[in-house]
Design a protein around this ligand. Structure first.
Ligand code: GCU
Length: 420
């Protein structure tokens, strides 16, 4: 029998070889030559020239591709959906906003899942547009507000946020206020709706918990090859939040926002549900806004290796074979057209490939053009901190992988022009 130390060595070597195989490239001169898959030619070669043809032919086949081979298909519908107002208060955010906390319950196959929506709404207007976005560690981390409930779902440990034993406590309250410019939103007439993503699907390579488990047939333990990974599950959760929000008379429009892996989820939610009035992708990178075929920074092989639960298993066929992808992420962005879309990068976030995010927005602009909407008209990356704000917007800000006040100031000013 092999000794445990040899097994450990063998496993470590295998893991290292997978990582060296998918070593990131940060050298622009080593980006492979590739053809950008055409938005206006169907998979069987038909040319598209009008928005109606895009909607009837090209959009559905691209949507199907992303569903079957990238994020994965949702295997069916819920049996029941319900919600309950847990509490509300009129004096939140320095007296400028109302707070509501709503529990949403999803039921399928006699199993159920609950998640809590935290809402801040500006006072003084009968109904307001809101930004809807997941947070990484619990609703109580986005604000110092002592009334915000602490999640008891599994939480990734984080020393800076004082989260240990995979449980959030009072110690992490307000620790992520830097990423959520709530008062700026309220002052501009916008509300915020946020959910802890771990309540919808815990972010670990384990398919026994979260949303997936609700949908299993007798004896099933993980999704089928073309079925959903966690990104599609988080996107599903956003659509369920929308089922509530569209019936809350205090809300006029919903713009979804997401940072990084949650930006990938926001884009997929926006592509699959046109009730979202707009989409904001903050540093979403590989499998989000960045073109996969550039193979710059994180690659398909690398992301599938590090996060095997994020995508459908079918996506693994493109590990190290980006040239074989029949579609790329600009086509995901185009699925959101003609609704407003903001793609944002950070100059030090090379892992997410800012240029690949920009180019995807640039190429997607073709479809915005079909609808007479303005997108990005040049393929030259704009200067740092010089946003281009059309229906399709883009900025690259100084600094690293994060959500900063600068980002929110841009999103708010852009959204004010489009939604207020
Ligand atoms: C990792 C991962 C990225 C992801 C990021 C995040 O860096 O490789 O794809 O976007 O985590 O979610 O913060």
């Amino acid at each position: 029998m092999m000794k445990p130390v040899f097994i450990l060595l063998a496993v470590t070597c295998m893991m290292q070889s997978a990582f060296t195989q998918f070593e990131p490239n940060y050298d622009e001169s080593k980006v492979p030559q590739f053809e950008v898959p055409d938005l206006l030619t169907t998979f069987n070669g038909e040319k598209i020239t009008k928005a109606e043809q895009w909607e009837d032919k090209r959009r559905p086949e691209l949507l199907r591709f992303f569903e079957e081979e990238v994020y994965g298909r949702v295997p069916g519908n819920l049996d029941a959906f319900s919600f309950k107002l847990l509490e509300q208060d009129d004096s939140a955010v320095n007296g400028k906003a109302r707070r509501k906390q709503v529990a949403i319950t999803l039921e399928k196959n006699k199993r159920s899942l609950n998640f809590n929506l935290l809402l801040y709404l500006p006072k003084g207007s009968p109904s307001a547009p809101v930004f809807l976005g997941y947070n990484f560690h619990g609703n109580h981390t986005v604000t110092h507000d002592p009334k915000v409930l602490i999640t008891d779902a599994w939480n990734e440990n984080n020393e800076a946020l004082e989260i240990s034993n995979n449980k959030a406590t009072e110690a992490s309250r307000g620790k992520r206020t830097n990423r959520w410019a709530i008062e700026k939103m309220i002052d501009a007439g916008f509300g915020l709706a946020t959910i802890y993503y771990g309540e919808v699907d815990p972010d670990k390579n384990d398919f026994t918990d979260g949303l997936h488990a609700l949908f299993y047939k007798e004896g099933q333990e993980r999704p089928e090859t073309n079925e959903w990974g966690s990104i599609a599950a988080w996107a599903f959760g956003l659509r369920c939040a929308m089922d509530y929000l569209e019936n809350d008379g205090d809300i006029s429009k919903v713009v979804i926002f997401g940072h990084s892996r949650l930006g990938k989820a926001a884009l997929w939610a926006g592509a699959t549900d046109n009730r979202f009035a707009g989409v904001i992708s903050n540093d979403s990178g590989c499998g989000g806004a960045a073109l996969s075929k550039r193979q710059f920074g994180e690659t398909v092989g690398r992301i599938n290796h590090s996060f095997p639960h994020w995508f459908a298993d079918a996506f693994e066929q493109y590990n190290g074979k980006e040239e074989q992808l029949p579609a790329d992420q600009h086509q995901l962005l185009a699925l959101i057209a003609p609704r407003p879309l903001y793609v944002a990068s950070a100059v030090e976030d090379q892992w997410a490939d800012p240029k690949g995010e920009f180019l995807a927005a640039y190429y997607a602009s073709t479809i915005y053009g079909l609808y007479g909407k303005a997108g990005i008209t040049t393929d030259e990356l704009p200067a740092v901190d010089r946003p281009i704000q059309n229906t399709l917007a883009y900025h690259i800000r100084s600094g690293g992988h994060d959500v900063m006040d600068y980002d929110w100031e841009q999103y708010i000013s852009w959204a004010k022009k489009l939604f207020n």
